[in-house]
Design a protein around this ligand. Structure first.
Ligand code: NDP
Length: 284
């Protein structure tokens, strides 16, 4: 029997069953013949401190962090990136000069997709639907990249207000919270609209509750739903002539960022995108 000396990386979460990140990253490690093994670890709520000690003891090269640990993990890190500190959430942990460093690549993967499409957000007016983890990361990155204003549209007030406050306190963008209790009318001067809710993930027929007649061809419309090349939300936007970005690209980009942070090597993006599509049953 052959024994491998492997560098462990992994994802700590609860539940982690449907997390596709492992398959994408392992495909990347294998393609570059790197001695890395991605493992998925269920860390129950309340057990993160022990898991983080184990991470150090077992020489993990890095971890991805999913719910419910994205906020709690900050307590066990030596340093946190400025962006992740504003978000108050970390989803990637890696070693930097012997210290455990926390980063959040959710929003960075999103911004990479926009950059790949040569879409510059600076000075633009944004609307973000949702105020959960993905929305928080995207809204903060948009604000740090120089959008002039962001409307945070959420069905629940506390989370929405807290996100708007975080942006107003820490960035030069002006954020407003909008309570979402009826079909949202997208303001005419909106330049970038992001669905960062989970609507459309479990059921592909579901669409965010907006007035689709208010979409204009001048708007760029993005969806975070990661398991489809397109969504009904994006299709409706395309019908109005909008430029669109899907969540698949955001997810692949996030994985490539983790790859670089953990291994120091540039990720084989094409291989990883192919692995993600296979994982989600998407035909090439
Ligand atoms: P959270 O549970 O943290 O947030 C979900 C958000 O959706 C909350 O703001 C919630 O509002 C809102 N929401 C839920 N149902 C409705 C509804 N019927 N109408 C309006 N708003 C609703 O999840 P995440 O932020 O982690 O994930 C959100 C989505 O983003 C998921 O589909 C996930 O798969 C995707 N995602 C994609 C990534 C990518 O790389 N493409 C990366 C990370 C996530 P409230 O809190 O008020 O209930």
């Amino acid at each position: 029997m052959r024994c491998y000396r492997e560098n462990l990386v992994g994802v700590f979460g609860d539940p982690v069953d449907e997390n596709p990140t492992g398959a994408i990253l392992q495909a990347g490690f294998d393609a570059l013949k790197l001695n890395y093994r991605f493992i998925t670890v269920k860390v129950s709520d309340g057990c993160l401190e022990d898991a983080m000690r184990a991470m150090r003891a077992m020489n993990f090269m890095g971890i991805g962090v999913t719910m419910p640990h994205k906020q709690t993990v900050l307590k066990y890190l030596d340093e946190v990136s400025p962006d992740a500190a504003i978000m108050g959430a970390v989803n990637t942990v890696y070693w930097k000069k012997g210290k455990l460093f926390g980063e959040n690549v959710d929003g960075k993967g999103f911004m990479m997709s926009l950059n790949e499409g040569s879409f510059d957000v600076s000075g633009k007016k944004a609307v973000v639907l949702g105020a959960g983890g993905a929305a928080r990361a995207i809204a903060v990155e948009l604000a740090l990249a120089g959008v002039s204003s962001i409307a945070i549209v959420n069905i629940e007030e506390k989370q929405g207000m807290s996100l708007a406050d975080a942006i107003n306190t820490n960035t030069s963008a002006k954020a407003d919270f909008v309570l979402w209790n009826t079909a949202y009318m997208v303001p005419e001067d909106t330049e970038i609209l992001v669905n960062a809710t989970s609507v459309g993930f479990a059921n592909e027929k579901d669409m965010p509750n907006i007035d689709y007649d208010t979409l204009k061809s001048t708007m760029t419309v993005c969806d975070v739903i990661p398991n489809r090349v397109t969504t009904r939300f994006l299709e409706s936007a395309k019908e109005k002539g909008c430029l669109t970005f899907n969540g698949l690209g955001m997810l692949v980009n996030q994985a490539t960022l983790c790859f670089k942070l953990w291994t120091g090597d540039d990720a084989p993006r094409d291989v990883m995108e192919k692995a993600l599509k296979k994982e989600f049953g998407i035909k090439e």
